[in-house]
Design a protein around this ligand. Structure first.
Ligand SMILES: [Zn+2]
Length: 366
């Protein structure tokens, strides 16, 4: 999305060398890996907020979401419907949240961009994502900001389509009944998504992205629709970030039923964040830590199929008997050169979970 100048690139290189997640990805440090392909990794959070709390990240070190190259963005968020379905399946849960924290004020704890998958179940007592209570809002300022967002987001989306043309985009939009019933102000729509300023805003700049194809389950979306939903959420976050001078933002997807989503509807909320805004969208870790090895096994089993779904079938080469030279017959590499389980690198003298926790604390406190 963004070209990087040499100074930023040098800073990044420095950051990367101290990055705990780069170390886990390279295998220099132990993590509870559950997913691994050529562009992204999934590991269990070692201080989970819910059973099956999983972190998804690009293999390459990018500090924030807008720095992800388009092919990485598309790959990761395109895979998310399948990953979310598999995770719900593995943990036998009814609902799930995806949480993205952009910036320290939004709860970003590491300089390696990642996001949280939080499987939800009835009675888990998480109550951060109700979004059904209006915040104290200055009406005059809200009108001003909302009109700016209504103007800027469609321009940003048009620019996005200019750079990444989509064959499905024909300007032929049929609004479906559940979208028509949503209360709020529609500020953007295309064939796949609609963006609203909700009637109940928890703060100025609060936006909601809905799918125009799926009312409830995120896992039913195609790769293209999954990634477009998150592209739209990412641009909505950038619009509030730039237009309001926010210090950060949270992007929170809700799908399936939980105590704060009783109808189980699919929506992505974008919440601009400022220092000392009084919001707290990060759930505390579970007091009784579940058995992570057992959970890792269950999730890995379900993710395995997705991880290997992209492998190209090995096609037998066509051999021309007139010029047979056996040494030049190569089977194409499947591109999965780096699937070694990092548990093999276990160092018996250290407690890796403490090591990771210490390193994360260092990042937060610096
Ligand atoms: Zn990193």
């Amino acid at each position: 999305m963004t070209d990087m100048n040499p100074e930023v690139a040098a800073q990044l290189e420095q950051q990367k060398q101290n990055c705990i997640f780069c170390k886990i990805i390279s295998g220099a440090m132990q993590g509870k890996n559950v997913y691994d392909d050529n562009l992204m990794s999934g590991i269990l959070d070692i201080n989970p907020c819910t059973k099956g709390h999983t972190l998804i990240m690009p293999k390459e070190h990018y500090p924030i979401m807008p720095l992800l190259p388009p092919e990485t963005f598309k790959h990761i968020f395109g895979k998310m419907p399948a990953i979310v379905g598999a995770l719900k399946n593995a943990m036998l849960t009814t609902g799930l949240n995806i949480l993205i924290a952009n910036g320290g004020v939004a709860g970003q704890q590491s300089p390696h961009f990642l996001f949280h998958l939080l499987p939800r179940e009835a009675g888990d007592n998480l109550d951060k994502y109700s979004f059904d209570m209006p915040g104290p809002i200055d009406e005059k300022k809200a009108t001003e900001i909302n009109s700016m967002l209504g103007n800027n987001l469609p321009i940003m989306m048009n620019n996005h389509f200019g750079r990444n043309p989509a064959t499905w985009r024909k300007g032929d939009i049929h609004t479906i009944p559940y979208i028509e019933a949503i209360e709020g102000t529609k500020i953007y729509e295309d064939e796949k998504v609609t963006v609203f300023i909700p009637k109940i805003q928890m703060c100025i700049g609060h936006l909601v992205v809905y799918s125009n194809e799926e009312e409830f389950e995120f896992e039913n979306l195609s790769e293209e629709s999954g990634s477009h939903l998150f592209y739209t959420a990412s641009f909505a976050a950038t619009a509030v970030f730039e237009g309001m001078g926010a210090h950060g933002s949270n992007i929170i997807l809700k799908t399936g039923t939980s105590n704060d989503n009783t109808e189980g509807k699919l929506a992505i909320h974008i919440i601009p964040r400022f220092g000392e805004d009084g919001l707290d969208l990060i759930n505390p870790p579970l007091k009784n830590k579940p058995n992570l090895d057992e959970i890792q096994g269950k999730i890995k089993d379900k993710f395995f199929v997705i991880q290997h779904s992209e492998e190209k079938p090995k096609v037998a080469p066509v051999i021309n008997l007139d010029e047979i030279k056996p040494e030049v017959i190569n089977f194409e590499s499947d591109g999965y050169g780096n699937t070694q389980d990092i548990n093999e690198n276990k160092d018996a003298n250290t407690n890796p979970e403490d090591e990771i926790a210490n390193a994360i604390n260092k990042i937060i406190n610096n």
